[in-house]
Design a protein around this ligand. Structure first.
Ligand SMILES: C[S@@+](CC[C@H](N)C(=O)[O-])C[C@H]1O[C@@H](n2cnc3c(N)ncnc32)[C@H](O)[C@@H]1O
Length: 208
């Protein structure tokens, strides 16, 4: 991705993300929990680039992001959606975060390629119509399996689901292992772990 205003905006976010990471590392888990609604908690540069390239390569048009935060990963997905002639539907339940994401997507000039939905993703995924070509799962980790279970029947042939935070933070290890076991048990899905960023589980639905 080479568009200057998007590159510059993402670079600002990368600097903010690094500062936030250092701040979070200095806090106890209890203190950390109090600050989460003010943090980006974004997937980071490597994963953003990977999502962008994977989505452009796959060509998916109906894209679902679960966990918008302030829109960092949304920018990477929406830039690919523009290339693919598609649209990102992104779900978030903290209104102040969604408002920042709307503004950030506007700054990136990608507002025609994003549909923002406010509410509990576990409920929203059931009500949204149609099938999905590409899904990013990046909400609170205890909701990965409930979201996946509601999405499974709505995956288009060849659909890809990327789930973040497989390796980091380490306190999520048991719940992420349970998610991996859940998707790998499905006979029509192929799934592998890719150790970039915070660790990704990349799952693809077979075409036939
Ligand atoms: C890790 S952050 C997402 C980061 C974002 N994907 C990025 O890379 O820029 C997780 C977000 O999911 C939201 N979230 C968590 N559980 C949710 C739920 N059940 N419904 C909707 N949003 C949820 C949180 O408020 C938080 O903003």
């Amino acid at each position: 991705m080479k568009e200057v205003r998007i590159v510059n905006l993402l670079s600002e976010f990368d600097a903010r993300l690094e500062a936030e990471h250092n701040q979070l590392q200095a806090l106890s888990p209890q203190e950390r929990a109090k600050h989460l609604d003010n943090m980006m908690l974004a997937v980071g540069r490597q994963t953003g680039e990977f999502l962008n390239m994977l989505l452009k390569t796959q060509g998916g048009k109906r894209i679902l992001e679960i966990g918008t935060s302030v829109g960092y990963s949304t920018i990477w997905l929406a830039e690919a959606a523009r290339v693919n002639g598609g649209c990102v539907t992104t779900l978030e339940y903290v209104a102040t975060k969604q408002a920042q994401a709307v503004e950030n997507i506007r700054k990136a000039g990608l507002e025609d390629f994003v549909d923002f939905q406010l509410g509990d993703a576990v409920k929203l995924v059931e009500t949204l119509p149609g099938t999905w070509d590409f899904v990013l799962l990046d909400l609170w980790k205890q909701f990965y399996i409930p979201c996946f279970n509601r999405l499974y029947e709505k995956l288009a042939p060849g659909a890809i689901i990327v789930a973040d935070n497989i390796n980091f933070p380490p306190d999520f290890a048991p719940i992420m292992k349970a998610y991996q076991e859940c998707v790998r048990a499905k006979p029509d899905l192929d799934s592998i772990q890719i150790d970039i960023g915070q660790g990704l589980e990349v799952t693809r639905k077979e075409i036939n």
